[in-house]
Ligand binder design. Structure first.
Ligand code: E4P
Length: 217
């Protein structure tokens, strides 16, 4: 499973990238706003840092302007994936941009039928939002499961990019189901390392190291 980092914060991306944990990056207008940076500038910096796909989202809602924005975004770097919303116009933009040979990430997916349409329109990635479904007491993981089944039934090559990940359990469940990619905030990825028994075990080993004055260097 590939790990994308869901942020526009350069330092956080660099830290994870140095550990080989970054297969790509996703941004959205809210993350760009949070970074306080110009979208073109910060996206270029991310693309220089990371080899894998970097999603940059269009701002328009009509297909024609989305396509024009997408064509400008892909000039930033070869690894740009143009992110378009899952609307009828977004699907039109997806079809045109993928026909042009560009990667497209169709975002704001909340139903399996939407995911089916995105695959038919040639999307490179579909981004079902787990956390936002959970927020309204629906089951985000069930959506990932449904899309996996449908894409496998018909051999669609669109990659399932599990998004709006809020917890380590979202990551684990996405891996169990077989999502192709997860995108998660740096804090969620880093917290996957935590386990109370690791801390407890290390404390015991450290106590014995001290008691027995064990030294290596
Ligand atoms: C990524 O592509 C999405 O924009 C992001 O995961 C949304 O996450 P949120 O629901 O926590 O804002």
């Amino acid at each position: 499973m590939k790990f994308f980092v869901d942020t526009a914060e350069i330092d956080a991306i660099a830290e994870l990238n140095d550990l080989g944990m970054v297969d790509g990056v996703t941004t959205n207008p809210s993350l760009i706003k949070k970074s306080g940076r110009d979208i073109i500038e910060v996206t270029k910096e991310i693309c220089n840092l990371v080899d894998g796909p970097v999603s940059a989202e269009v701002t328009a809602t009509d297909a024609e302007t989305m396509i024009a924005e997408g064509r400008k975004l892909v000039e930033i770097a070869e690894n740009i994936a143009v992110k378009v919303p899952l609307t009828w116009d977004g699907l039109k933009a997806c079809k045109t941009l993928t026909d042009d040979g560009h990667m497209v990430n169709v975002t704001l997916c909340f139903s399996a039928n939407q995911a089916l349409l995105a695959a038919k329109a040639g999307a490179t990635f579909i981004s079902p939002f787990i956390g936002r479904l959970d927020d309204i007491n629906l089951d985000g993981m069930e959506l990932i499961e449904d899309i996996r089944t449908i894409y496998d039934n018909y051999g669609f090559e669109t990659q399932i990019l599990a998004a709006s990940i809020r917890t380590v359990n979202h990551v684990l469940d996405s891996a169990r189901i077989g999502a192709d990619v997860i995108t998660a905030p740096p804090a969620v990825i880093k917290s996957m390392v935590n386990h109370p028994l690791t801390d407890k075990g290390l404390d015991a080993f450290l106590a014995d190291i001290k008691a027995a004055e064990i030294k290596i260097l």
